[in-house]
Ligand binder design. Sequence first.
Ligand code: NAD
Length: 230
Amino acid sequence: MEQNINPATYREIVFFTGAGMSAESGVPTYRGKGGIWGSYSIDEYACQEAFDRNPEKVLGFHEKRRKSVLDCQPHEGHSVVAVLPNAKVVTQNIDGMHQRAGSKDVIELHGSLWRLRCQSCGFRKEDLAESYETTRCDCGDRLRPDIIWFGDMLDAVVMSKASQAIRNCDLFVSIGTSGTVWPAAGFPDLAKQSGAYCIEINPEPSGASEYDRVIVGNAGEVLPELFSES
Ligand code: NAD
């Protein structure tokens, strides 16, 4: 590779990831060929109104998604990110792949398939098996997937943590995101304005921001090479 990155020369690295980071693991995409929303309607499966109408149906759909993600494995690119001591991940993905690869510091902008949340008291519960252990909160209300569904507000605390991490980093690596979903799409510009060196890894570069370096390729191949010692 033209020029490898020595992570030790950076104080803090942020990996900003989107659906393309999980593509080589085989996690189904949302849109496009084979995308989930080609077969399932958002109005029936991915909004609060759908959950209020028919919680079992919505939970069943999310259990199917959990199974399909459990059938996938993190790839070498996830492992490269996971072993860097000075790295944080800011992800748009809800699939938990970074954590399964061993990443400890992961900020999930759009929530997680592996967490439930009580709509009444705000209690959150990690739930990692294929089927939900329980979908009732101790307070009596239902637990819903802790995911940002269509029409939901982003979590302000999570957004603020992500912005802070991005303002603090001196290397920002954007991987597998088309840069079209806001406000996350503004993060590459925030990193640049804050003085970070900015890299994009994507087989089809987004053209969405002024990156210092654009690497055309797949995450699972580029990351191990870019961070190799030779
Ligand atoms: P996107 O679908 O808009 O864009 C995916 C990007 O990944 C594209 O630019 C594509 O060129 C790139 N890509 C494809 N294969 C790649 C590879 N092997 N390596 C690197 N890049 C690759 O995805 P987005 O920008 O994340 O936005 C879509 C929204 O959908 C997000 O909000 C996200 O939360 C959600 N989503 C999440 C998952 C998941 O959790 N795995 C899956 C699908 C969508």
